[in-house]
Ligand binder design. Structure first.
Ligand SMILES: Nc1nc2c(ncn2[C@@H]2O[C@H](COP(=O)(O)OP(=O)(O)OP(=O)(O)O)[C@@H](O)[C@H]2O)c(=O)[nH]1
Ligand SMILES: [Mg+2]
Length: 363
């Protein structure tokens, strides 16, 4: 929970807000009506006096009922983790495709939530034989949103077709694609930059990259592969949101190798790996040949910390497994371990099939 919350704080900063404080509660299950228990809710409300917060962000998906009740009780804007992530997505989407996908994700998120927005008006309408203004408004809103979703899907379908053509072209030129995947902020774009001297935006922010970028990479045996960078993964991202990014994620399906970038300096590295594994499984990509790059090893050398036995053992076990097959420790920032990484990519490409020697004209 602590880790999830500190990640939520990072997301909050990335979205441009400042964390005024945090509050947690151990509950058997969240309250159906208010998410928090009554005492906690009062505590949170009282905190407004000392911290002056004007938004409350919850680390779980809230139901429309919970959100509305919380807003009534706290008199501030209440959002949940998914809404926060969508907000960041909106800020970071730059291409036509990226924007369409984010807009679709937002509308898919909004649709089931609309139900709550007008129900207080419905209550006022009495509901017996009368169609309150709220209800018809709700129907209109729902219809508009469904129409919009329909439109966006059609537009994204166009983009997909275009991409498919482009992919077919690439296939004909038979340049293998290596796809970078990993938890957000692990250093995928940095690695792409260092390896290809490309200028992809690198930021110490979550979801710096939303739009896929592809660069050409020459291997030690002079073979050529395309290295593609795409959206990072994160915990608690609902399937509807992941689905909205299908066009982008389809790039992964075409890759012959998945290059998984892990932030080894993160104390959550193991859990982040598991989340990435799960999402790869959902996307039906678990079977793809895999290379694991354990990144940010430069940070491991100088961070001091009071280790306890369990932490130390877990950590060292993780490091030791780095000696395994197709796994390499790197520092994308410092350029460490990249020769070995390129050798491994070369080896796996050769194992899979024909290495490509000719330099074909590719964007
Ligand atoms: N010290 C150190 N920092 C690194 C290394 N690789 C990346 N970083 C830093 O980690 C942060 C995130 O790097 P990005 O390359 O943007 O990460 P990403 O995986 O592309 O992140 P998203 O696009 O947000 O999913 C940046 O501040 C980088 O400078 C490394 O090897 N060592
Ligand atoms: Mg990136």
């Amino acid at each position: 929970m602590e880790e999830s919350l500190s990640e939520l704080a990072q997301l909050t900063n990335t979205a441009g807000a400042e964390v005024a404080g945090k509050l947690t509660q151990r509950l058997h299950s969240p309250s159906r009506t208010h998410y928090l228990g009554r005492g906690k809710l009062e505590e949170l409300s009282a905190l407004k006096g000392s911290t002056n917060y004007n938004v409350a962000i919850f680390d779980d998906e809230l139901t429309p009922l919970q959100q509305r009740n919380l807003e009534d009780a706290l008199r501030v804007k209440v959002i949940d983790r998914v809404a926060l992530i969508l907000d960041i997505f909106t800020k970071h989407a730059h291409t036509h495709e990226g924007k369409l996908q984010v807009e679709l994700a937002q509308h898919l998120y909004l649709l089931p939530r609309l139900a709550g927005q007008w129900s207080h008006l419905e209550r006022l309408g009495g509901g017996i034989g009368t169609r309150g203004p709220g209800e018809s408004q709700l129907e209109t809103d729902r219809r508009l949103i469904r129409q919009k979703i329909h439109q966006l899907k059609a537009q994204i379908e166009e983009v997909r077709k275009h991409r498919m053509l482009y992919r077919q072209q690439r296939k004909r030129s038979s340049i293998p694609v290596v796809a970078l995947v990993g938890y957000t902020n692990t250093g995928k774009s940095t690695l792409l930059n260092t390896l290809s001297q490309a200028e992809v935006l690198v930021e110490d922010k979550l979801f710096a990259t939303l739009d896929p970028t592809t660069r050409r990479l020459t291997l030690p045996d002079k073979g050529v592969v395309l290295l593609s960078d795409t959206v990072g993964f994160i915990r608690k991202l609902p399937p509807t949101v992941i689905n909205a990014f299908r066009a982008t994620l389809e790039e992964l399906a075409e890759a012959i190798i998945i290059l998984h970038v892990v932030d080894l300096s993160s104390h959550n590295a193991a859990e982040q790996c598991q989340i990435v594994e799960d999402i790869l499984g959902d996307l039906d990509l678990s079977h793809k040949p895999r290379i694991t790059a354990l990144n940010k090893i430069d940070l491991l050398l100088n961070f001091s910390k009071d280790w306890d036995e369990e932490e130390a053992t877990n950590y060292l076990t993780r490091m030791a497994s780095g000696a395994g097959k197709n796994m390499v420790m790197i520092s994308a920032k410092k350029g460490w371990g990249l020769t070995k990484l390129l050798k491994i990519i070369n080896k796996v490409v050769t194992e899979i099939g024909k290495p490509v020697f000719e330099k074909s004209p590719v964007k």
